[in-house]
Design a protein. Structure first.
Length: 394
């Protein structure tokens, strides 16, 4: 088999992986995509080949496979069994936080890993797991090069003035600033726009990454100038289980008057809010769209309303708008939500073609629409693989 690169995305209870073949010349090709979910609970490994055909579907009893290291062993064994003579040249990791200093992917060294560990307080629910996967591989495959690709890196071109909060300046110096996230997704879209939508690629574009997490990125000349997310991935739009931007006074109120502990507030903000909290039904947009419950409708309408507000804010930052791009599970698939958002953006010049939207076409707007709207599927794994290839020079 040809040389390969492995891409890993380690979450709190899951480990997603993609194996890319690396032809001597030519494009990276995904040959296996899968994940182990339910680490620490009832683990389940599912994997498919590059054409979507099943490669593996394995379940373990509760209590087996509790660590990322154990999960990695299973993935390693599966890939070696399915792809004989696997030549793994390196591993690329999604690492949520690269701090203020990292605007590019980083080859992992012991010193680099120590630096990345200092960002754990900035992303307590993601960074420790991202780093755990790196450490596990260092133990099991000591010589294997590893590359960290950051969700914050693409936003390091944001407007300087936008990086501040109105707090005493020393907090900014200590790292309390707007970072922005979903950067690997936005970078992939920025790299794809010239071929998909050349007329607007270098213009003023708002990209809406609408998945379980959701954010908007304002781009000009395919560089980030602003994001709806800030110091943490809690900010900005309402998401599946996160509230997005809320009045900070609410956090004080919960602490001082509702008697919640910091740990309970963390859980409330990361796991119990957003579409799930408002609907009381689910964080899954498909279930909400299929539901007749009034609060399912409320949650969807509020989701859209928050996007509408944030589009206005970022269009103001850009000084106008040339295009709106949808991506992520909801952005790529929900006809109704795209219709609602585009209808609210009519004032900006978006002239939706409802039939094109229904058909899921790449361009959603009528010819002559002052602001065009597009659907561009994201591919964060491919972005990580490209970065890893470039850093390793393979
Ligand atoms: P993640 O951030 O976990 O990668 P995704 O980008 O896969 O998330 O997005 C997950 C969200 O996309 C879920 O809310 C899911 O309900 C929604 N979604 C996926 N397919 C559809 C669809 N056909 N219609 C509406 N929502 C969808």
């Amino acid at each position: 088999m040809a040389n390969t690169l492995l891409v890993l995305n380690a979450g709190s209870s899951s480990l997603k992986f993609s194996l890319f073949e690396l032809p001597a010349q030519g494009k990276l090709q995904a040959v296996a995509v899968g994940q182990i979910e339910g680490l620490g609970g009832a683990p389940h490994l599912e994997a498919r080949d590059g054409d979507g055909r099943p490669l593996a579907d394995i379940r373990w009893d509760s209590g087996q496979l509790t660590t990322h290291a154990a999960a990695l062993q299973q993935i390693d064994a599966l890939l070696r069994e399915r792809f004989s003579k696997l030549q793994l040249l390196g591993v690329g990791h999604r690492v949520v936080h690269g701090g203020a200093q990292h605007s590019a992917p980083l080859l992992i060294t012991p010193a680099a890993l120590d630096t990345l560990a200092t960002f754990i307080p900035l992303a307590p629910l993601h960074q420790p797991h991202n780093l755990a996967a790196i450490r596990a591989l260092q133990q099991s495959h000591p010589g294997l090069p590893q590359v960290a690709c950051f969700d914050t890196a693409f936003h390091r071109t944001q407007l300087d003035i936008g990086e501040y909060y109105g707090l005493p300046y020393e907090y900014y110096q200590r790292g309390v600033r707007r970072y922005g996230f979903h950067g690997l997704s936005y970078e992939y879209i920025a790299a794809t726009l010239p071929s998909v939508a050349p007329a607007i690629a270098d213009g003023r574009v708002i990209v809406a990454h609408l998945g379980s997490g959701a954010s908007l990125c304002a781009m000009h000349r395919r560089r980030s100038v602003g994001s709806s997310m800030g110091f943490t991935a809690l900010d900005g739009l309402m998401m599946g289980t996160r509230p997005g931007n809320i009045d900070p006074g609410i956090v004080l109120y919960l602490l001082q008057h509702e008697g919640l502990t910091p740990a309970e507030i963390q859980e409330l903000l990361y796991k119990r809010s957003g579409l799930l909290g408002l609907s009381g039904i689910s964080n899954d947009m498909r279930l909400l769209e299929a539901s007749d419950a009034p609060r399912a409708r409320l949650a969807i309408d509020h989701f859209v309303y928050r996007i509408q507000r944030e589009i206005g804010a970022l269009a103001a930052v850009l000084g106008g708008l040339d295009a709106l791009v949808f991506t992520g599970g909801i952005g790529e698939n929900s006809v109704a939500i795209r219709r609602q958002i585009c209808t609210h953006a009519t004032w900006l010049g978006v002239d939706l073609d409802p039939a094109a939207n229904e058909r899921g076409e790449t361009c959603l707007t009528r010819a002559g629409s002052a602001v065009s709207a597009w659907v561009v599927p994201t591919n964060e794994e491919l972005m990580i693989a490209r970065h890893t290839r470039a850093v390793l020079g393979v």
